[in-house]
Design a protein around this ligand. Structure first.
Ligand code: BEZ
Length: 385
């Protein structure tokens, strides 16, 4: 028999044995932004994910991990094509992505149709763990509702009555403001004006003039990445920082403080991570991340790291066989994920049930002030799981 035939028979035998999963590589498709206003967020997520895999010796459930990547440019118009490249062209076993809520919704649609496991390591689109929820879709991050709702409670308790909101006009901005408004108005406040501009615009001047003219007690905002840097600087330059307190979902000051400098000093935000948690778990993670990348980690790095942990938990439960989706999901459903943010579990809709921290910018850090909302559970409106 020819050598090539022997090799083919051997390969077929290996593929038909239970050991096949232990031997074949698991193909992980990263769909993240590598360009645009969220580029740094995509890098931090990938860094965090890779760090966890490296800590496991490069293998999950005995399978070596192979990575394929697509730059999604945070562009919803290209999202379906981009995710199909990973699913149909590259035949990935798992999808990891993304940052932008609009892009994530397209990923969730394709994941649901194709049955591919999807772990969302940032995008908060409420729909992903709401009406679009599915047995194979998970989130390691947050829903847009969560940090917004927590901040609504904080601002109401501070006694502010009239608030103006300002954000990008897309799912993340709209839903963050909606969560804020729900809690703030429950607490007796009123959102008197909702300002917005198209994503990823940074022409804030006219809107800042409108805020100055409205004279609210406070402003609530959602911006992230490069846009957050510019907004915080423009808010201070317009003289508003001294007269109207600015509050935000924590993305406003996460991964951005080097560039924002003193203009961010003192800002209060809510998020599921802070720079000074001080737990042994977080300290070890921060040290390992700093050693590997010569950078301090941020919330995006944590979410990437935890996406890899979640994949590992699910894969161990099914001994590497990613076709066993119900068993994969059941394992995650009962898991406590040992995150640097503090251990969390997943709600029925596969979104983290987690503490939301109130943080304050001191120098180059988002320092922990208090737990704003303990074990905050996303309502998962519209999810039928
Ligand atoms: C989002 O589009 O969901 C998002 C983007 C950046 C930070 C947080 C949320």
């Amino acid at each position: 028999m020819k050598k090539t035939h022997i090799a083919a028979i051997a390969a077929a035998l290996v593929a038909s044995t239970p050991m096949a999963f232990a031997q074949a590589k698991v193909k992980v498709g990263f769909m993240l932004p590598a360009t645009g206003t969220f580029a740094a967020l995509g890098t931090a997520i990938e860094n965090g994910f890779r760090l966890y895999v490296t800590e496991q010796g490069g293998k999950l459930a005995g399978r070596e991990v192979e990575f394929v990547r697509v730059d999604d440019e945070s562009d919803p118009a290209k999202a379906t094509d981009n995710v199909n490249k990973l699913v149909k062209r590259d035949n990935v076993d798992v999808l990891i992505g993304t940052v932008h809520s609009g892009v994530a919704m397209a990923m969730a649609r394709v994941a649901k149709e194709s049955g591919t496991i999807l772990i969302v390591p940032n995008a908060g689109a409420d729909a992903v763990t709401g009406p679009m929820c599915a047995v194979n879709i998970f989130r390691s991050s947050f829903s847009n509702w969560q940090p917004g709702y927590a901040m609504g409670e904080v601002v109401a308790k501070k006694g502010h009555k009239k608030v103006v909101t300002i954000t990008w006009k897309y799912a993340a901005g709209d839903e963050s403001v909606k969560g804020f408004k729900e809690a703030f108005e429950k607490g007796g406040g009123q959102v008197v004006k909702e300002l917005s501009l198209p994503f990823p615009g940074v022409e804030f001047q006219a809107l800042l003039t409108e805020i100055a003219a409205t004279k609210p007690d406070a402003v609530y905002t959602f911006f992230a990445g490069g846009g957050a840097v510019k907004f915080v600087k423009d808010y201070a330059a317009a003289g508003l920082k001294k007269t109207i307190p600015l509050y935000g979902a924590g993305f406003l000051t996460d991964g951005t403080l080097e560039a924002q400098g003193a203009d961010a000093d003192g800002l209060l935000t809510t998020l599921h991570y802070a720079d000074s948690l001080g737990s042994a778990r977080d300290n070890a993670f921060r040290l390992a991340y700093a050693k590997s990348y010569k950078l301090q980690p941020d919330v995006y790095a944590v979410q990437g790291y935890d996406a890899a942990q979640m994949l590992s938990i699910g894969m161990n439960a099914v001994k590497g066989d990613l076709k066993k989706k119900a068993e994969f999901a059941a394992a995650l459903q009962k898991a406590k994920i040992d995150s640097p943010r503090g251990a969390f579990s997943l709600g029925k809709n596969h979104n983290p049930v987690q503490d939301i921290y109130l943080r304050q910018v001191v120098g180059k850090e988002n320092k922990l002030v208090s737990v704003a909302s303990k074990s905050l559970t996303d309502p998962g409106r519209g999810c039928k799981l």
